[in-house]
Ligand binder design. Structure first.
Ligand code: ADP
Length: 630
């Protein structure tokens, strides 16, 4: 039989293989072993109904060997084998639909990545070899055939005198060049580690002859070493996530996690999924008990390992995890994902999306379980990864807020611990209209706010929002059930009874001229001065009138850039029952306007300090206070 040429698409794919980037090249072995494993599966299936095959079949296995002298890597399986026609059909063309997809959908600059991620099949052998021979005898055939090719220019198929059932692939490894040290692939340890890395969980034993130095001297005598060859099964065959929950202890899972994901501490939780539905898959996931390296930095890469029936497809499949769960580590293994790029890529995406949705729900439900059954652990989780969940609430225009809101916790004034929003609502007092929160740099700072005192007096619980973006989170959430959020510093915080309101309105009316005077003397610093309904023992506080809250002003002030930053419209609130107010009132009544103006200035600066702002002119403020002391 003469030389035949490859079909056009096959040629293209092969050229792509040959020119692929170096780091991708190592996956050739995964592809060849995966084909061998499929061939063993097929024969196993036939043997179930074919006694003759069953009897002569022996142990189904794959053998891998390397020979430096002849520069070859040989992979042998005793699987189903191929007839001459199948050699022609299978190795002379790449799958039809796939080649079409490949041409139309994949941009040139994406190609190398695709090779790394998805199976590219048999042709990947040409990434490292300049000549490949496939000798194969089909299980029901009298004869073996040999397929041979040195690359793009074509292939030959001839009869072989081999009598072995199954398939043997001999890859002649390319000579080293400037960019590539192909000879690495001729080192047993390298091949062995590639099997471990990519094909550890193939169901059949992958055997290699390993040379070992053993001591053959009798006991007590001088050691005498001899090199012996031992056959070793390199892969562990049954992955931990394929074993049932009952079979695998928590310690085993933790050990696996630590080894696989380079952590030295046990995970906070192990999440296992065994899904049968639109897409079947098994997953074993972990929530770390420490921040993964680089977490919360731009360079951090999320993702789960993706396997297809025990064969590693990609180390980090980012499609499987939403950003807010990017701290999760683990493995997904689905028999429904084809390893081959030639099965439509889009289909892949759909299946991955289904798995992602499932996984996301599962992670959430496990977290809720942790929250309800082991609060201390959940607190630990929250301290590490709460920010990730909170960012998830705000990003994508709040699209995921409903999904995530149950996971959120804030520190509570009454419980003195982190609490969930639902539990807050359950504890709300009769007549309490809003979920109250307060923003500040720390629990202590919020506790020193005048409004906090008033709230506590009413026995209304306050959520302490101590991160800069916390207020955006409650604003994004908007409501929990029917209950709205309200900042305790908001004008309409409604912390009062009707009598209290009446009293304040009266005080407001009585003191209107003084309040107007204060506004005039402070000028643009405030929009108005009012008698406060929030203050109990403190003389003053600030509140904001309008959209921009005091916390928002501070947040904007921290943003980079020299443009004018949005500012809150500040309202100076005064406690009509305080001594300080009395003093101000007295000075004003005595027509001592310069003194009254000084007092107003002092009170305004105090209000700034209490609200966590810097004062505009500290020296002037100190002079004023010292003036009082003299
Ligand atoms: P895929 O495995 O995704 O179909 P490949 O290019 O890797 O694509 O292989 C093409 C076909 O060649 C396989 O579908 C299979 O039928 C056949 N084949 C490859 N390797 C073997 C093998 N070791 N034994 C039997 N058949 C094989």
């Amino acid at each position: 039989m003469g030389k035949k040429i490859f079909k056009a698409e096959s040629k293209r794919l092969m050229e792509l293989m040959i020119n692929s980037i170096y780091t991708n090249k190592e996956i050739f072995l995964r592809e060849i072993l995966s084909n061998a494993s499929d061939a063993l599966d097929k024969l196993h299936f036939i043997s179930l109904t074919n006694e003759a095959v069953r009897e002569r079949m022996g142990e189904l296995k794959i053998k891998v060997s390397v020979d430096k002298e002849s520069r070859t890597i040989i992979v042998t399986d005793n699987g189903i084998g191929m007839s001459a026609k199948e050699l022609e059909e299978n190795l002379g063309t790449i799958a039809k639909s796939g080649s079409y997809q490949f041409k139309t959908e994949v941009q040139d600059d994406e190609k190398p990545d695709i090779i790394g991620q998805f199976g590219v099949g048999f042709y990947s052998a040409f990434m490292i070899s300049d000549n490949v021979t496939v000798t194969s005898r089909k299980y029901d055939s009298e004869k073996a055939y040999i397929w041979q090719s040195s690359g793009v220019d074509g292939y030959t198929i001839e009869e072989s005198d081999s009598d072995k059932f199954g398939t043997q692939i001999v890859m002649h490894v390319k000579e080293d060049d400037e960019d590539n040290k192909y000879s690495d692939f001729l080192e047993s340890y390298r091949i062995r580690s590639l099997i471990k890395k990519y094909s550890d969980y193939i169901r059949y034993p992958i055997k290699m002859d390993i040379e070992k130095s053993v001591n053959i001297a009798e006991e007590g005598k001088e050691p005498e070493y001899k090199t012996v060859t031992e056959t070793e099964t390199v892969n562990s065959m049954v992955p931990i996530w394929q074993r049932s929950k009952k079979e695998v202890t928590d310690t085993e899972c933790a050990e696996y996690y630590k080894e696989k994901f380079y952590d030295f501490s046990d995970p906070l939780a192990v999440i296992r999924v065994d899904a049968e539905g639109v897409v079947c898959y098994k997953a074993m996931m972990f929530i770390p008990s420490r921040l993964p390296g680089g977490f919360y930095s731009k360079g951090y890469e999320k993702g789960l390992q993706l396997y297809s029936s025990g064969v590693l497809i990609t180390d980090k499949c980012e499609k499987l995890l939403p950003d807010y769960f990017s701290f999760v580590k683990g493995v997904v293994d689905s028999s429904d994902l084809s390893l081959n790029i030639s099965r439509e890529m889009l289909q892949h995406d759909k299946q991955l999306a289904v798995i992602e949705k499932n996984i996301e729900k599962k992670i959430k439900s496990e977290l809720l379980k942790m929250r309800d059954n082991d609060k201390a652990k959940y607190d630990e989780f929250w301290k590490l990864f709460g920010a990730s969940i909170k960012i998830g609430v705000c990003s994508d225009f709040g699209m995921n807020k409903d999904f995530l809101k149950d996971l959120i916790m804030f520190y509570s004034s009454s419980e003195k611990s982190l609490v969930t929003l639902d539990s807050y609502v359950e504890r709300m007092k009769e007549g309490q209209k809003y979920i109250y929160y307060a923003c500040g740099s720390s629990v202590e700072q919020i506790d020193s706010l005048p409004q906090t005192e008033l709230c506590k007096d009413k026995e209304y619980e306050i959520l302490y929002l101590t991160e800069e973006y916390d207020e955006f989170i409650v604003q994004t959430l908007g409501k929990v059930g029917e209950k709205e959020f309200r900042s305790i510093t908001a004008k309409d915080a409604e912390l009062h009874s009707d009598e209290e309101k009446e009293k304040i309105e009266k005080q407001q009316a009585e003191n209107q001229p003084l309040l107007d005077f204060i506004k005039d003397s402070l000028g643009d610093k405030i929009v108005k001065a009012i008698i406060s309904d929030k203050l109990k023992s403190h003389p003053v506080c600030l509140s904001a009138d309008g959209e921009i809250t005091l916390e928002a002003e501070k947040y904007f002030a921290m943003m980079p850039g020299d443009d004018a930053k949005p500012k809150a419209s500040k309202v100076l609130e005064l406690n009509a029952d305080s001594k300080a107010f009395d003093a101000l009132k007295k000075a004003y009544a005595e027509n001592n306007t310069s003194k009254a103006a000084e007092y107003a200035e002092i009170l305004y600066n105090m209000a700034l300090l209490i609200a966590g702002f810097n004062i505009e002119d500290p020296v002037k403020y100190c002079d004023l206070v010292c003036g009082l002391m003299n």
